[in-house]
Ligand binder design. Structure first.
Ligand SMILES: Cc1ncc(COP(=O)(O)O)c(C=O)c1O
Length: 416
């Protein structure tokens, strides 16, 4: 089917959950996606932070090929080789003790929320005073299922589905005083992203995450850090909380974990894991042999190709170029982020939207989050040449936008 036919069929047959860009991608190679007419697009979004190794990486292809000849799925009723091996690697990287595998970010977050509630019940049964209240953070995003949505702040995502689960209070982002004032022994967990992703690529402050750690330690509540967008190498460390020197009790990973295949993980301390016993939580597909094998291959490649160093170096270079752009272009409000999780906030939502469209016309993929924020989540294999291409294009677009705005103002002034 051609693009027009697909568009017509989807318009009739699919739930209208997305406003897709009118491009039909049929192939990919390295940093590039290729459309039906053979046009190449530089991808600085990687399927919203998923395709860590870009497109067609031999390690991913080989892992899929080899594992799919053996086993794709067996359910969680039997053993296969993948989960223990992957859990060993992930626990080493995250500083946590145990893993639960699932299929997506929102499911990993559900598992973390359920663990926190189950752990608080266990603590109460042991005579402690811990309650069931969650403290989540304003401007957060944790997913679309009902539990995750209950801890996601944005009204437009929440409101149509209310009532959501009760017992969630929101704390102002990076407001330590508000966090302290909101906390008490009836809190079972503080929940946060170390770098808010959908909220505009906003890192937590050192003081805020340290305060959350100290408060939860004081009562035995859990500190749960969502690394679904920021984790698994994205910022140049395996988890972004490692930049702050804070160790949570629970973390969640997903997006890039299996290089494009669906896989999520919730990792926790031995202490928190005491709350779980067989039958309490589960999944049919989660942690299947294929997804685990690919995740191992992605981890091997990140290590063998020293991609964390590339993320740090290319990320720093990218951020510097964006900051130089911001110094030249008045319409840029701020540049934020770490490693290859970067953003550039623009002065208006309309301008941000136009830049995304005009970048697409130049065959460079970026996206917009939080209305005014341009977001960059490129594959980990990005090089300086890709940064230069993208920044040059943005500079030209912003200069043209600025000129056309001035032209508009001059014309208006001449008429009035
Ligand atoms: C921080 C964070 N948590 C959770 C999610 C939900 O992940 P998924 O879309 O895989 O369910 C996302 C997705 O964007 C995210 O960025």
């Amino acid at each position: 089917m051609k693009l027009e036919a697909i568009q017509a069929a989807e318009a009739k047959l699919l739930l209208p959950t997305y406003e897709r860009n009118p491009i039909l991608f049929v192939d990919g190679e390295g940093m590039n996606l290729i459309d039906e007419n053979g046009n190449r697009y530089l991808d600085l979004l990687s399927g919203i932070g998923v395709n860590a190794l870009g497109y067609g990486h031999p390690a991913v292809i080989q892992a899929i090929e080899q594992q799919s000849r053996k086993l794709v799925h067996i359910s969680n009723l039997y053993f296969h080789q993948g989960q223990a091996e992957l859990a060993l690697r992930l626990t080493e990287k995250t500083g946590l003790d145990r893993a639960f595998f699932c299929n997506s970010g929102t499911e990993a977050w559900e598992a973390a929320m359920k663990l926190a509630r189950a752990y608080s019940a266990l603590k109460r049964s042991e005579g402690h005073a811990m309650g069931t209240r969650f403290l989540a953070i304003e401007n957060s995003f944790h997913g679309r299922t009902m539990g995750a949505l209950s801890t996601t702040h944005k009204e437009k995502y929440r409101e149509p589905f209310e009532p959501l689960i009760p017992g969630v209070d929101f704390v102002r982002f990076n407001d330590v005083d508000h966090l302290r004032a909101s906390f008490s022994s009836d809190v079972c967990a503080i929940l946060m992203e170390s770098i808010q992703g959908e909220g505009g690529i906003r890192p937590v402050s050192q003081e805020f995450i340290a305060a959350a750690r100290a408060l939860t330690k004081s009562t035995g509540a859990l500190l749960v850090v969502d690394e679904i967008q920021s984790g698994f190498g994205r910022t140049g460390k395996w988890c972004a909380y490692q930049h702050f020197g804070v160790q949570p009790d629970v973390t969640t990973l997903a997006k890039p974990l299996a290089g494009g295949l669906p896989l999520g993980a919730m990792l926790c301390t031995e202490e928190a894991s005491r709350a779980i016993h067989p039958g309490l939580h589960g999944t049919t597909f989660g942690g299947g042999p294929l997804a685990c094998a690919v995740a191992m291959a992605v981890m091997d490649t990140i290590e063998q190709e020293d991609l964390l160093t590339n993320i740090q170096e290319t990320g720093e270079y990218f951020k510097r170029q964006l900051q130089d752009l911001a110094a030249k272009q008045e319409s840029v409000v701020e540049v934020r982020g770490l490693g290859l999780m970067l953003s550039m906030e623009m002065e208006s939502a309309e301008l941000a939207k136009r830049i995304v469209t005009r970048m697409l016309e130049r065959r460079i993929l970026i996206n917009r989050t939080s209305e005014t924020v341009l977001r960059f989540l490129p594959p980990y294999i990005m090089g300086r040449e890709h940064v230069d291409l993208a920044v040059r294009a943005m500079n030209e677009i912003l200069t043209e936008e600025d000129a056309s705005q001035h032209k508009g103002v001059t014309e208006w002034a001449a008429k009035h």
